[in-house]
Design a protein. Structure first.
Length: 477
């Protein structure tokens, strides 16, 4: 529990590497929330359970039969049967599932990050109806004007030059006369694009204003021009995220590599955990792109208009997913390794490990998938994006990657290759040492067991078999 909680907290704290204030606060707040939950679960929960004792099982869930938790009962579960199917057909299951996952993850290359305007909201919202009326009456770009703010700095003609430079520019529907404040120190020019705020043409117009119009208008003077507005702001956020994404992914992937290495002493297992977690994340991102941006099965989300993915959705969702995925990895691999260290061959260890812990992994994934999928019922577009991405990624990671791809991979990899030789040998020595200590303890217990009375019948008093030096055994009452 402590290990899993720390993994999630470390993953979400990586959002600080993005360099955006609200994303950093979200990451730190989430990490503190997770650590608080771990502290409560490892202290208060244990105290409550100790007080309740067996009373905790008094209330039964109706219409559910009692679970047979014996080894024979586990082997009859659906998860155990699925594990035997995967290991038996590993040579077919592994390449088929791997190609399917890669194909679905590759669709994330189509993504376009940006600002989704009110025109993508459900039609039931008043903001959407107002947006449609304005677009119909004044043009699509009226909903997202691009203000150009000019810091005059003793160059009073700079706002006028900006106005003249925008006129006739491709993609501009209209441009307003410059407005100056009372002190004539700040000017503003409103540019109305022909396209909607979320359209790619508007992004290109912002780039032309920043690269051509504003520099040409402020050259030769001290004036400074700034292109602002919704589209420009989300473009800046997207560029910041793309610039910091390598550092963010390096931190996240590093965590998913170091944590399994500490737990299992295996480079192969660590590399496998990092790569498969990344695949699961890109599968969720790819499905989100196909649905929200490309429009496939868009109606299932309650939306009717496609648009770009919100710029801050990917890093936040990736951090959450990497933490959860590492929990599933540790749950499954620790049990498989335990079975392997105790003498089972790789295939048998995988089957027994899945039978023992597979139901926990599946149940945890279904709970989290249901929670995230509930976000799709929200009326706002951004919660829908978070819910769809995380629900697909979590279910893919647990059901397809952890319960299918990973067992097939371990079966093909073989016994000694699945874990590091040094780690396996060390664990085997520790296991043998524990067995020897347990045997010595049982031997001493048998030697020290009270013999009772000489007639062999049990009595209420047993004379100690060994007395301390200089002491006489106490007589029976």
């Amino acid at each position: 529990m402590l290990f899993a909680g720390l993994t999630v907290a470390i993953s979400v704290s990586g959002l600080a590497f993005i360099g955006l204030d609200f994303v950093t606060k979200l990451g730190i707040g989430s990490a503190l929330g997770v650590l608080t939950t771990v502290l409560i679960a490892s202290s208060l929960l244990l105290a409550v359970l100790s007080l309740l004792g067996h009373k905790v099982d008094r209330l039964k869930v109706p219409f559910l039969r009692k679970v047979d938790d014996s080894e024979a009962g586990r082997d009859r579960t659906l998860v155990a049967r699925w594990g035997r199917f995967v290991t038996k057909n590993a040579r077919i299951v592994f390449p088929v599932v791997l190609l399917a996952v890669i194909a679905l993850a590759s669709t994330s290359a189509l993504v376009r990050l940006g600002a989704s305007d009110q025109g993508t909201q459900p039609k039931e919202q008043t903001a959407r109806r107002a947006y449609d009326l304005l677009a119909e009456g004044f043009g699509a770009g009226f909903n997202g004007p691009i203000p150009i703010v000019v810091d005059v700095n003793d160059d009073p003609e700079a706002p006028q030059r900006v106005f003249e430079g925008v006129q006739g520019l491709e993609g501009v529907a209209s441009v307003g006369e410059p407005h100056l404040n009372d002190e004539k120190t700040v000017g503003i020019v409103f540019v109305t694009p022909e396209s909607a705020p979320q359209d790619e043409e508007t992004d290109e117009l912002v780039d032309r204003l920043r690269a051509d119009v504003v520099p040409a208008a402020t050259t030769g003077g001290d004036a400074i021009g700034y292109v602002s507005g919704q589209t420009a702001a989300f473009k800046d956020i997207a560029e910041q995220i793309f610039d910091r994404m390598p550092l963010f992914l390096l931190y996240i992937i590093g965590v998913t590599f170091v944590v399994p290495a500490m737990a299992f002493r295996s480079i192969v297992i660590s590399a496998k955990a990092a790569v498969t977690t990344l695949l699961s994340a890109f599968v969720g991102f790819g499905v989100l792109t196909l649905v929200v941006q490309e429009g496939h099965l868009l109606g299932l989300t309650g939306l009717d208009t496609t648009g770009p993915i919100a710029t801050f959705v990917p890093p936040i969702a990736f951090a959450i997913l990497f933490g959860l995925s590492m929990d599933y990895e540790v749950f499954l691999m620790s049990r498989i390794r335990e079975e392997h260290v105790h003498g089972l061959r790789t295939r048998a260890a995988v089957e027994h490990g899945m039978a023992a812990i597979g139901r926990v992994v599946v149940a945890a994934a279904l709970i989290m998938g249901t929670v995230f999928a509930a976000f799709i019922l929200s009326a706002d577009r951004i919660p829908k994006e978070f819910g769809l991405l995380l629900a697909v990624a979590v279910l893919t990671d647990a059901l397809i990657v952890r319960m299918t791809l990973v067992p097939a991979f371990l079966t093909l990899l073989g016994g000694s290759r699945g874990t590091s030789r040094a780690g396996s040998t060390a664990c085997s020595r520790r296991s043998r040492s524990r067995r020897r200590r347990a045997a010595r303890h049982r031997s001493r217990s048998r030697n020290a067991r009270p013999s009772g009375r000489s007639n062999g019948r049990s009595s209420g008093w047993a004379r100690p078999a060994i007395a301390r030096a200089g002491e006489q055994p106490a007589p029976p009452p």
